[in-house]
Write a protein that binds this ligand. Sequence first.
Ligand SMILES: Nc1ncnc2c1ncn2[C@@H]1O[C@H](COP(=O)(O)OP(=O)(O)OP(=O)(O)O)[C@@H](O)[C@H]1O
Length: 239
Amino acid sequence: MTEATAPVPKLSLIEVCSGYGAVNIIDTLSMTVPQGQIFALMGKNGMGKTTLLKTILGFVAMRSGRIDLDGQSIAGVSPASLIAAGVAYAPQEHALFQDLTIRDNLRLALHTDKELKQGIERVCQHFPFLRERVNQKAGTLSGGEQKMLILGRALMLQPKLLLIDEISEGLQPSVVERIGRVLIEECRANNTTVLMVEQNLDLVLGVANRWAVLKLGRIDDSSEMDSGSRARILAHLKI
Ligand SMILES: Nc1ncnc2c1ncn2[C@@H]1O[C@H](COP(=O)(O)OP(=O)(O)OP(=O)(O)O)[C@@H](O)[C@H]1O
């Protein structure tokens, strides 16, 4: 009898440590993000969520442990090579060039202008308000509109793995819902895997297949999304 082989996860972290100066912020953290799923990472302020995303991307050095993308170690792989391999990042802050136009901010996601027209069209289908405003400077968009542009730019190259940092912060409920729909559509259309750091529980409950709570640099709890998830997550996040 042949044994069934488990599918290779899109991303796996094994006993990863990273941090700043003498302090480890991420502390022997292990987690697995399955292919094609939306994985929500939650946790109180300062627990290391952004640091974890930056460690995956190589912006913060991994001190020990192992990170695999499609089963292959990404130790020493530059952020630029990861982007070329289909990884995209929608950061929490300082993400846009305020004095560049929306078109030029979107263009920055690409290696060449060959994909520009098609990419802008795809982003404008998700966020139609951008269509009439592509020549406007990004800095003239409202905070919420800028968040949509940040996500749009991360989607320009139809990423295989999308890392998102608190995209819903400060957004009105209808925009949060739109973002949720966009993420679900991208996953269905392109088999995109999403790792999202998120504080908005309704968004997480609406889109995520799995969730984890980060506490002091480690996974404190994790589960597939089910009927008990809401209460469990709330218990972790209460002050
Ligand atoms: N560049 C840095 N140098 C030193 N310490 C840092 C740096 N960046 C973050 N930290 C510290 O690392 C810890 C984790 O920060 P991080 O931004 O990863 O947390 P977080 O869970 O994303 O928080 P939040 O929910 O508030 O965004 C915090 O104590 C923070 O002050």
